[in-house]
Design a protein around this ligand. Structure first.
Ligand SMILES: [Mg+2]
Length: 173
């Protein structure tokens, strides 16, 4: 279980070109989402990694192959990440932002707890808050502590505000 009173120590710096595996769990530790990436850059806080369309992703609902190439921005000190989705060879289709606990990289494994809330941002500027009902339900099911609920709600608003301002990484090219 994630304990924000004791932030996990993350001393691993990912090397460009290497592979990492994202292992997202739900709050009780059960597997939620496993996805392979290749590292593009890592400055110790922001880790940028790429996923190639059609590579297998393992989810709690079974195997899934995304039709989108994804460039993903993981900040070690933020409670969200941003997936920039585009069809191979095409312009960006969507930014998909997941509210999560801050990610932890250990070796070639990146982990965090998925906190249900998502924010979808379209290139035309439409911003949608998603899965608020799931977030409600999981607060009860998993007993999210108050500070986790607060951080998650704050994170959704924060990333939506970045998108509204077209701030990094919400740039069209
Ligand atoms: Mg969700």
């Amino acid at each position: 279980m994630y304990d924000s009173a004791m932030p996990p120590q993350d001393s691993t710096l990912a090397r460009p070109g290497t592979r990492i595996l994202l292992r997202a769990t739900k709050y009780d530790g059960t597997a939620h989402w496993i996805q392979p990436f290749r590292v593009r850059s890592d400055d110790g806080n922001l880790l940028v990694a790429d996923y190639r369309a059609r590579a297998p992703i393992f989810t709690s609902r079974g195997e899934f192959r995304s039709p989108y190439d994804s460039r993903v921005y993981f900040w070690r000190d933020r409670w969200y990440n941003v997936f920039r989705l585009s069809r191979p060879g095409a312009d960006i289709s969507l930014w998909y932002c997941n509210v999560t606990t801050p990610p932890l990289l250990e070796g070639c494994q990146l982990t965090y707890v998925d906190l249900d809330l998502d924010v979808a941002v379209r290139p035309d500027g439409l911003i949608q808050f998603l899965d608020e009902d799931e977030f409600e339900a999981h607060q009860r099911k998993y007993g999210y502590p108050e500070h986790v609920i607060e951080q998650a709600e704050k994170a959704a608003l924060e990333v939506a505000e970045l998108a509204r301002q077209n701030a990094f990484p919400f740039c069209l090219r």
